[in-house]
Write a protein that binds this ligand. Structure first.
Ligand SMILES: *Cc1c(COP(=O)(O)O)cnc(C)c1O
Length: 379
């Protein structure tokens, strides 16, 4: 059996090596490292794939979120409603811009922001909602968009984990995540569903004014060279990374299908295990399984991770500490923030290996060990 990894990027590269090597060497020979042709090509292809008008490539997913928030002219002290159960990047940029993250609950079944909790958190200072499509499934975007419309709030989607996922709306229209709100932000970190060989990110929007502004912000606030109209930053996608992404984009649906199939195989293998809740897919969503995450009931989680590691099975906790309990947010004085569902989940979730190269032999082995150990470690 091939050693099991959370993500097996080496084997994925081996399958596309010839294509990637040719493209990368071409860029090396042309020395067109910054804003080379591949950057524009990839942006166009990604826009077509997602069904969105504008894609602005940038240096990473965290920058994408920051640039989006800068473009909306949010002011220090403005409130932004967001889940606490997410990767820190989502909320870190709010702190950097001196915005006030207002952490709300997630749905215990989908792990994504709870629309009812959003409504309760709205104040006259609320300016935006940042839903996160956690683990690869869309948040409840239909409800979120209608709340945003009613209260005139911006919606920035954190789509770092869900590229390629879709959500169906009641009017029959299906949209890809990251193209539903005012702005969608994504990451091409190597382990993401569409990952490059270093850092990368992109911002999507159907709003041409916002697109122009975000292009400027990502490029030192200039629309014309050496004329800086806005305070911006330096956030570019390297040509080499764009070339890699342009190749991998062609396989994204295939990659996502492989992840989905692996997830279904796990689900089947854990059927009847009373200590495990397998991931749920809402009726109107597809799921691209950036993570395959179980909720444990009555199992000593640390012991489980430890004993799986002893069997050469990596397992990860995404995320052990929710944002509202991170020290970096102590300046917000949040002791009264109570998020019982978030706390409950952060104590019980565990993610198993899932990637495009995971094979049945590996999965059978993982399923057998997880079923055996959860039974053994049940209190
Ligand atoms: C990965 C990730 C980001 C940040 O992306 P980087 O490219 O690493 O900066 C933001 N939000 C979520 C939910 C992520 O998973």
């Amino acid at each position: 059996m091939v050693p099991i990894q959370m993500v097996d990027l080496k084997r994925q590269y081996a399958a596309i090596k010839a294509e990637v090597d040719t493209a990368v060497l071409e860029i090396m020979n042309s020395a067109s490292f910054i804003n080379g042709k591949a950057v524009g090509d990839f942006s166009t292809h990604l826009a077509n794939y997602l069904g969105v008008q504008h894609v602005i490539p940038c240096a990473n997913g965290t920058d994408a979120l920051q640039i989006a928030m800068m473009a909306l002219d949010l002011q220090p002290g403005d409130e932004v409603i967001t889940p606490s159960f997410t990767y820190i990047a989502t909320t870190e940029v709010m702190a950097l811009l001196r915005l006030k993250p207002v952490f709300v609950e997630v749905d215990p079944i989908t792990f994504c922001i709870d629309p009812e909790a959003i409504k309760k958190a709205i104040t006259p200072k609320t300016k935006a909602i940042v839903p996160v499509h956690l683990y690869g499934q869309a948040a409840a975007m239909e409800s979120i968009m209608s709340i945003a419309k009613e209260y005139k709030l911006f919606v920035i989607e954190d789509n770092a984990q869900a590229i390629g996922a879709e959500t169906a709306f009641r009017d029959g229209v299906t949209r890809k995540t990251g193209t539903i709100g005012d702005i969608g932000c994504t990451s091409f970190f190597p382990s993401k569903n569409l990952g490059c060989y270093g850092d990368g990110g992109a911002i999507c929007t159907n709003n041409t004014m916002l697109a122009d502004k975000m292009k400027m912000i990502a490029n030192h606030g200039q629309s014309k060279r050496y004329y800086h109209d806005l305070v911006g930053c330096n956030s570019r996608l390297d040509t080499i990374q764009a070339a890699v992404l342009d190749i991998k984009l062609k396989y994204l649906d295939e990659y996502n299908t492989a992840r989905y199939k692996a997830a279904m195989y796990y689900n089947e293998g854990f059927k009847g295990n009373q200590t495990i809740t397998t991931p749920n897919i809402s009726e109107n969503n597809t799921h691209v399984f950036h993570q395959y995450t179980l909720v444990l009931d009555g199992v000593d989680r640390n012991k489980l991770v430890e004993e799986l590691a002893a069997e050469n099975i990596p397992a990860m906790i995404y995320y052990p500490v929710p944002a509202h309990k991170q020290k970096m947010f102590s300046f917000l004085h949040l002791p009264e923030t109570e998020l019982p569902v978030t706390d409950w989940l952060t104590e019980r979730v565990v993610s198993l290996p899932i990637h495009t190269e995971l094979d049945k032999g590996q999965q059978d082995y993982i399923i057998e060990k997880v079923n055996y150990l959860t039974h053994k470690l049940t209190s």
